[in-house]
Ligand binder design. Structure first.
Ligand code: IMP
Length: 193
């Protein structure tokens, strides 16, 4: 039998990545599919905190068991920035391109071996009255310019150590196999199955 679970996002890229991993035993519903168009405030200062805020919001206001994710890009030469503030790195209302532009500016002149970074994702699950966290991360580095057209967010400048390519140059399957979110969601799905 196919189980249904809400993924607390309306980001089409995240949805298609996660749906591609779900197989046919799990049907993933987006926030808009349950009638939620809220701009859920992400006010915590940790990925765990923000993932829990989103999952609890959906459970409390809409009554659905669900999972939510929060991701940060940690750059060593920037002392872990943009981290939990990755979505708003270039300021309120900024676009992913603005964020990349700021990141490249901040790293201007930093030598290749000091441009190491990692993505980390935390997934919060609320199921049958219990909360659980899953996580995944991927090591890589920040290139000096954009490469590739796939993916979203910081993908064009994040070069995964395992592939030597930017996430935006990889297919969705190849990215999912090694990515932060792919790993966190794999742990979640093994638990759910
Ligand atoms: P959030 O998890 O949606 O809050 O993501 C935080 C920030 O990280 C946003 O700027 C996203 O665009 C970016 N981000 C999240 N996941 C990925 C990814 O898989 N690749 C590149 N950027 C990402």
């Amino acid at each position: 039998m196919t189980k249904e679970i809400v993924f607390a996002t309306n980001n089409p890229h995240k949805l298609s990545e996660v749906r591609a991993m779900a197989g046919d035993r799990l049907r993933i519903l987006s926030l808009s599919e349950i009638g939620c168009h809220d701009d859920i405030p992400e006010t915590a200062d940790t990925l765990e905190g923000n993932a829990l805020i989103k999952a609890r919001w959906v459970k409390e206001k809409y009554g659905y068991d669900c999972f939510a994710d929060d991701t940060g890009l940690m750059v060593d030469a920037l002392d872990g920035a943009p981290g939990v503030y990755s979505a708003r790195y270039a300021g309120p209302g900024c676009t992913p391109d603005d964020n990349i532009d700021r990141l490249l500016r901040e790293l201007d002149g930093v030598e290749p071996e000091r441009r190491t970074a990692r993505f980390r994702t935390v997934v919060a699950l609320i199921l049958d009255g219990r909360e659980q966290l899953f996580e995944g991360s991927v090591e890589g580095s920040i290139d000096t310019c954009r490469h590739g057209r796939s993916g979203f967010g910081y993908d064009p400048v994040f070069v995964a150590a395992e592939s030597g390519m930017s996430f935006a140059e990889m297919t969705s399957e190849a990215k999912n196999a090694i990515s932060h979110r792919g790993r966190a969601v794999k742990a979640l799905f093994s638990y759910l199955h």
